[in-house]
Every structure is written in structure tokens, then in C-alpha cells.
Design a protein around this ligand. Structure first.
Ligand code: IPE
Ligand code: IPE
Ligand code: MG
Length: 256
């Protein structure tokens, strides 16, 4: 465990978000600013992934979701998509021992079947190996799109109705949640987006109903543990009302 800094001490360990999700944006702009190829930005961005996963784990965050590749990102130039897949494979292989040593459980959210076969194999290997780990859960959103996720979930529900297993009026919000990639997972308490865009870009539109949003101008390759902690401190200072009149819940959503 990294030694506590003054900054870490400003964080209340009792009020940590159970689930933090990050829309990791700005790799291309980071490279452009340096007159480099976008792929260099993705390479630098993958180093940030490592440091933020470590920080989240050390701080005691229970679940971290990283939006790494969207359903729409397939439409990028082939060479960029290929480079992203190479980096992804590298992460899945090189981090396997570290994830095991640190007790991190890996989940993939998204259309696994759309990923190149070698990546599917490496992902499955790491997911299977780490599935009983009891430390932080790390979700990688890969070929993930909220609309596709909801669409696939609705198709599954419709099949259950057709088979007579449930009646349409019996569908509940919990049932819908249970037909998404995030089934059995808490909704994100906090969604961070780097690089200053004020949009969700097809990310967790069902799950984000009451998420706190934090947009930073920092480009993902420049994002640091220190800024991450500042955002968590900001989160802890917010008053989450969940539609009620006065503050009656703590930041993790539980009654005070
Ligand atoms: C985020 O950085 C990485 C992915 C979406 C895969 P971008 O590649 O979107 O970077 P910008 O937005 O062009 O700067
Ligand atoms: C969102 O970033 C997707 C990921 C971070 C993986 P994009 O760069 O694809 O989003 P837009 O195009 O700016 O909305
Ligand atoms: Mg972008």
C-alpha cells in the first residue's frame, strides 16, 4: 500500500463511491498537441490506465469501470482500431499477474464476440483466472454501447416473454438492470470524463440515472492520481438528493 499523503487523508474512506466509471477521452488530442500520431496518444493513455487502476485499488474503490472502446469506435480508421486492439491485448496479458497478485477481478462489458479472436481468448483467460478475486472489480467496457446493451437486454426479455416465463406487466426496473452487461453490479456513483466534452457518448445511459458527473479538461494521458483524488474529494462534498427535498442519504446512497 502506498504511504498516505496529506491529500489522501482529506478523503473520507467511509464515503468512497462504490463504483467509479471513467470515460477515458483525449488520447488523440494529446498526441496532436505534440505533433505525434494519434496512436502515440493511445500508448501514453494505456500507461494512465495502469496508474489509475493502481490508485483506485489503493484508495479502496470497490469497482472501477473504464470505457476503453465504444461500439462507434469501430468506425475509426482500420490502423487506429488495430493499434487499440494491440494495446488492449498487451494490457490483458501483461497485467494478468499483477491483477492476481493484487486480488483484482476483471470483467468485460460489451460485445465480446465482436473483438478479434485472439483478444477474446486473452480476455476470457484473464476473466476466468481472476473471477474469484476478492479485491477491486475492474470492468473494461470494450465494444460497449449503451443502446446496443439495452437492445440486447430487451431481446432477451422478449424471448423470456415468448417462452411464457414472464408476463409483460411483470417486467421491473431490477429485471431490466439484470439483463444488461452490468447485471448484479452497483450503478456508477461517479462518472468522470476527461478532455472536456459534456456528453455520455453512449455510455451507461440506464445505469447513470443518478450518477454524479465530473468533467475535467485534462486529457486522459495527462490524468493523474492526484487529480483523481481531488475529484473524489469533490464527489464527497456533493449533496446527492435522489429526487428528494433535503439531504437524507450519504454519498454512497445509503441512509445516514
Ligand atoms: C479516447 O481518446 C480513446 C478512445 C476513444 C478509444 P480519443 O482517441 O477519443 O481522443 P480524442 O478525443 O480524439 O482526443
Ligand atoms: C468515448 O470517446 C468512447 C471512449 C472513451 C471509449 P469518443 O472520443 O469515442 O467520443 P465522442 O466521439 O467524442 O463522442
Ligand atoms: Mg475522443
Amino acid at each position: 500500500m502506498k504511504s498516505d499523503t496529506r491529500q489522501d487523508l482529506r478523503l473520507n474512506p467511509e464515503k468512497l463511491p462504490a463504483h467509479v466509471a471513467i470515460i477515458m477521452d483525449g488520447n488523440g488530442r494529446w498526441a496532436k498537441k505534440r505533433l505525434m500520431n494519434r496512436i502515440k496518444g493511445h500508448e501514453k493513455g494505456s500507461k494512465t490506465v495502469r496508474s489509475i487502476v493502481t490508485a483506485a485499488r489503493e484508495l479502496g474503490i470497490g469497482m472501477l469501470t473504464l470505457y476503453a472502446f465504444s461500439t462507434e469506435n469501430w468506425a475509426r480508421p482500420q490502423v487506429e482500431v488495430k493499434a487499440l486492439m494491440v494495446l488492449l491485448k498487451r494490457f490483458l496479458v501483461s497485467e494478468r499477474d499483477e491483477l492476481m497478485a493484487r486480488g483484482v477481478r476483471l470483467n468485460i462489458l460489451g460485445q465480446m464476440e465482436k473483438l478479434p479472436e485472439d483478444i477474446q481468448e486473452e480476455a476470457e483467460k484473464t476473466v476466468t483466472l481472476t473471477q474469484n478475486n476478492q479485491g477491486m472489480a475492474l470492468n473494461l467496457a470494450l465494444s460497449y454501447g449503451s443502446r446496443q446493451e439495452i437492445c440486447a437486454g430487451m431481446q432477451a426479455l422478449a424471448r423470456e416473454i415468448k417462452a411464457g416465463q414472464i408476463q409483460p406487466h411483470e417486467i421491473t426496473e431490477e429485471m431490466i438492470s439484470d439483463h444488461l452487461y452490468t447485471r448484479q453490479m452497483p450503478d456508477p456513483d461517479l462518472i468522470i470524463r476527461t478532455s472536456g466534452e459534456f456528453r455520455l457518448s453512449n455510455f451507461m445511459m440506464w445505469q447513470a440515472a443518478y450518477s454524479e458527473l465530473f468533467i475535467t479538461d485534462t486529457l486522459w494521458p495527462d490524468f493523474t492520481r492526484e487529480e483523481f483524488i481531488e475529484i473524489l474529494i469533490n464527489f464527497q462534498e456533493r449533496d446527492r438528493r435522489f429526487g428528494k427535498v433535503k439531504c437524507s442519504t450519504s454519498n454512497d446512497g445509503s441512509p445516514q
